[in-house]
Structure formats: C-alpha cells, structure tokens
Write a protein that binds this ligand. Sequence first.
Ligand code: IPM
Ligand code: MG
Length: 368
Amino acid sequence: MSNPSLLILPGDGIGQEVMAEVRKIIDWFGEKRDLTFDVSEDLVGGAAYDAHGTPLHDDTMAKAQEVDAVLLGAVGGPKYDDLDFAVKPERGLLRLRKEMDLFSNLRPAQCFDALADFSSLKKDLVAGLDIMIVRELTSGSYFGEPRGIFMEEGQRVGINTQRYTEAEIDRVARSAFELARRRNNKVCSMEKANVMESGILWRDVVTEVHAADYADVELSHMYADAGAMQLVRAPKQFDVILTDNLFGDLLSDTAAMLTGSLGMLPSASLGAPMENGRPKAMYEPVHGSAPDIMGQDKANPSACVLSFAMALRYSFDQGAEADRLEAAVEAVLASGVRTGDLMQADGGKPVGCAAMGDAIIAALEASL
Ligand code: IPM
Ligand code: MG
C-alpha cells in the first residue's frame, strides 16, 4: 500500500516558520513510529500571488483534491491589503474550502491546565474547558448570491446573502451529532431564528435530524447573541456548539480567547468521504499570519502541530499517535517552556519557534 499523502501549504507570515516545525515532527513520526507520509509542498495566499498572480494556482487546487489531507499555515498580510478583492490571499483559502466542499469546520477550544492563568476570564471559569465548535464552512453569507457592491438610486449598496439549503444544514448537523457521541453527547445549536428565516430553517432541520437519528444526544438551541454571552459567562456548560459560517467565525474567535492563546488552537475542515473512506480534509491553525512577528523565530508552532495531530486522528486513523502528540505538547507547556505569546509580564525568557518545536520532539522521544 502506498503511503498516505499530505499537501503542505505554509502560506504567508509565520505560516512558513510554524510549518517548518511541523515538518520536523512529521519526519519524527516517519523515523520513530514507522508512519511515513508522501509530503508535497506548494504555495497559497500572498506567496502564491507573488509567484503566479493568483492566491491559489489551479495546479495547487488540483493537487489539494487528490491528496489524503492538506495542512495549511496561514494567509494574508499588510503587503496584500491593497490588492483587488478577487486576488486577496484570503480568496485562496476560501477557494480551497469551497471546491473541496469542506462543510464541517471543527474548532476545539481547549484550555490547557498550564495556561488557565492566561485566559482573560477567571481561572475557575476556564480550567478544564473543552468545547468543540462545529462551524458550517461552505455556505451562508460567505458564499450566498446575490453578492457585490451595486449602484441603486444614485448610491452604492453592499450586498451579501445569508442562504442555507436543507441539505447543507442536514449534513453539518450530522457531523456535529456524530462528534458529540464521541465526546460528552451534548449539542447546542446557535442561530438567529428570532430575526432570520435562514435561522428558522436551521433550527427546524437540526431538530428534525436529531429526532430522526440522534435522539440519544442532548440537543439545545440558543440565539447566537445569547450564545456569545453564555460563552463568556459560563463556557463550561457547552460540549459541541453547532453554528453557521459567519456566527461560527465570531464565536470561534471568542471561544479561542477563553483558552488563553490563539497560538495553541488547531482546526480541521472536513468534507464528504472520499473513495478510500477518509473525509476530504484540510487542517490549519486558528491563528493568522501574524506579520508583526514573522521571520523572527517568535511564533508558537503548537497550533499547527496540533492541527497535524487532528490530521492523524481524523484523516489517518492514528488516534493513539494523535494522543501521543497532544500529550507531548501538554508536557512541554507543563514543563514551563513557553513561546512569547504565552508569557506574562513577569514571566521568564520565552523560547523561539524552533526551540518550541525541538521541545515537542524531545517530549515525543520521552514518550517512547
Ligand atoms: C477564519 C478566518 C477566515 C474566515 C478568513 C481568513 C477568510 O477568519 O478561518 O476564521 O473568515 O473564515
Ligand atoms: Mg475567523
């Protein structure tokens, strides 16, 4: 059997340097765990624009469709702020999501014990926090038509459309219920059924899918604004949060901040199963390209490393090795080794991105 394939797209800003650490870890799994991947690398975002005049070359898109999983670093940066909308770095990422049909975006917000003090909330509210946000990723107001800026009665009008079909809600709801069964069996679905028809349909379809096939899972509904409030009031009440594309964008950043650092959070974007039974998949850290610290060996590679751990779990059936890698990251944090994003004002000297990667590898070695 051939090795599983992985396309690496480091992208822009700190994407390059965090991915270099992940590559060391991938090599480690090849050498020490007999888990070898066929790794290829390509450009996305501003880096692709610089080389090809487009944030995602068609060849890269085609490769992404063929591999078992894509691992992406980050896209964007001030250098590209003035580009036309159609070729902005973000368009490359959105094209990957859309054309691979990665409708289910898993964003864990997990508070590592060693970092509970870094949260903007009181420690007892966040210690032990473990939420999974399931964000619909290929529809809603990010993609709905009509969209654009039009002239109307002598003035410009900006239009985006919140649009969801039953089938789109159904499939992402199923992925949330399936996930809940493997966790604490609770789903809270968030929309604005009080003001939006798309929210009414969302609530109805989620309720129907639940009644038909997932009655064993505890289901609740919340208006998304109330959900945002509850998320900062008492976040531990949640297990899986199911929501649409735009609300999910906002709620996942809120949830991320509860954990103390964006530099720790991975994500998985999953589509329908391919011929080999694996879901189409892309994995990426939740943090952005952080141009202010790029190229200075200051970035925290953990989120990208943990994204690879999610790939091991969801794409490669290597749950035990994913556990090993997650435990290694936790052990490094517990030992007090921290990158700059995790330091407090009176903290010790932070380590750099490469040293953090080395520390994770040392913890992996120690796990053998
Ligand atoms: C995210 C990001 C993206 C989004 C941007 C970079 C297009 O904020 O993944 O949450 O809005 O989805
Ligand atoms: Mg976002």
